[in-house]
Design a protein around this ligand. Structure first.
Ligand code: AMP
Length: 426
């Protein structure tokens, strides 16, 4: 099938061809004609399937067919969970709309709102936004959502995971009831199905990959290993395999920072990307990774969500996620666009239950290995004792710091301050 046969205008086809796309991806083949017909669409698609063009191209086609008189009003709203995803979608829209008269912009939090407000004032047809900043500007009366004809919810499952449900409900009250809705999600559990049915009207179902299964081209392996030896194992894989573009997932922001520092010490260029990093730091880390300057990008689930990293050969789960769906998201970043990829999970004795959860979701067993020289010896009891010891040390450290701040442990003044604080707490 060709893009031409999907019913898109010549101006859009020209932009698509300049992007180097020759044939539509499966999700584009299925979704574009339905959106053009005016149908609501419920799509099951991960990043890497071409879903962005799947909803933006037909939307741009429809909007360009009815040019506005005067200053454009916001007619399409694309909601996404993260700033990175918002910026990426906006970049795509800008490229696809090169030869048509449709204006767009993007807004997200963490940066100065004034430039965003100025662009909106000049008039835009499409607004790509994260929920928080959108509500913020609407509440300040700086934008109006009363002319919305299209609502797109991208990565809807992640928006729910991140607790955006209340924000989205507020947005729904601000936009006209009569509109076309498109909802994209990588996974479909009970919550997301319920959420989708509350928003969509008689939707067409479109699937890029069968529900809750992973891309066939991803080779998935798990290695049982002691917690304290994971960095050593990862370093060995990277160095001996000459891996030069590796995305590594950790469960926490601190974990991401720590691992990135350890890799740097081992002579492997690395950057961490997580929610505590500024927007600039995240953009810089991602750019370094894409250009090859940064060999390993260590990310938390939320930060990595929706990042467009084409043809990624290796995804490593340094720690497994406790939500099985996150595993599907993570490994959805490899084996993309026809290339094969490897997803490797380092599994500590305390993560075996997570593997079971993932296998249940996938409906298949994951291949498990022990690497020579890395025979695991940890037991759950040992890890629990270690965790309790660490916690006690941490608390002791905090007590000492507090005592020091309050004028020395045991001083009259310190004791008084502590007593006062305890009284106030009660
Ligand atoms: P997405 O799933 O929307 O994040 O897209 C993933 C990547 O595939 C992006 O880099 C797109 O530019 C690219 N892409 C989208 N559609 C096509 C297509 N039909 N042919 C080739 N590449 C595409």
């Amino acid at each position: 099938m060709s893009f031409k046969s999907l019913g898109l205008s010549d101006a859009l086809l020209k932009a698509v061809s300049e992007k180097g796309y020759t044939t539509p991806s499966p999700i584009q083949e299925k979704a574009i004609p339905e959106v053009l017909k005016g149908r609501d669409v419920l799509a099951s698609a991960q990043t890497g399937t071409g879903k962005t063009a799947g909803f933006t191209l037909p939307m741009l086609h429809i909007l360009s067919q009815k040019p506005t008189q005067g200053k454009p009003k916001i007619k399409a709203l694309v909601l996404t969970p993260t700033r990175e995803l918002a910026a990426q979608i906006y970049d795509n829209i800008r490229e696809y709309s090169k030869y048509i008269d449709v204006r767009s912009t993007v807004i997200f939090g963490g940066v100065n709102q004034n430039p965003q407000v100025r662009t909106i004032r000049q008039g835009v047809d499409i607004l790509v936004a994260t929920p928080g900043r959108l509500l913020d500007l609407e509440n300040q009366g700086l934008l109006s959502l009363s002319n919305i004809e299209f609502l797109v919810l991208d990565e809807a499952d992640r928006m729910l995971d991140m607790g955006f449900i209340h924000d989205i409900k507020k947005v729904l009250k601000m936009i006209p009831v009569k509109r076309q809705n498109l909802l994209f999600s990588a996974t479909f559990n009970k919550d997301i199905k319920k959420f989708a049915s509350s928003i969509l009207t008689n939707p067409v179902l479109v699937e890029a990959t069968p529900e809750n299964t992973t891309a066939e081209k991803v080779d998935q392996k798990t290695y049982r290993v002691d917690k304290s030896r994971k960095t050593e194992m990862l370093t060995k894989f990277i160095k001996e395999g000459n891996w030069d573009q590796v995305l590594v997932f950790t469960r926490t922001k601190h974990g991401a920072n720590r691992l990135s520092q350890k890799l740097e010490k081992a002579g492997i260029s690395s950057a961490a990307i997580h929610g505590n990093k500024t927007q600039n730091a995240r953009v810089k880390a991602l750019a370094g990774f894409k250009s090859g300057k940064v060999r390993v990008l260590v990310a938390t689930d939320i930060a990595a969500r929706g990042l467009d990293i084409p043809l990624l050969p290796y995804v490593i789960n340094y720690e497994l996620p406790n939500v099985p769906e996150d595993y599907v998201h993570r490994i959805g970043r490899t084996g993309r666009a026809g290339a094969s990829g490897q997803a490797i999970s380092l599994v500590g004795v305390d993560e075996v239950d997570y593997v079971r959860g993932i296998e249940k979701l996938l409906g298949e067993k994951l291949h498990s290995e022990v690497l020579e020289g890395f025979q695991p010896t940890d037991t759950i009891e040992q890890l629990k004792a270690q965790a309790a010891e660490n916690k006690a040390k941490h608390q002791q450290g905090r007590r000492k710091t507090r005592a020091k701040r309050e004028g020395g442990n045991g001083s009259q003044e310190g004791r008084e301050k502590r007593n006062n604080r305890n009284r106030n707490r009660r």
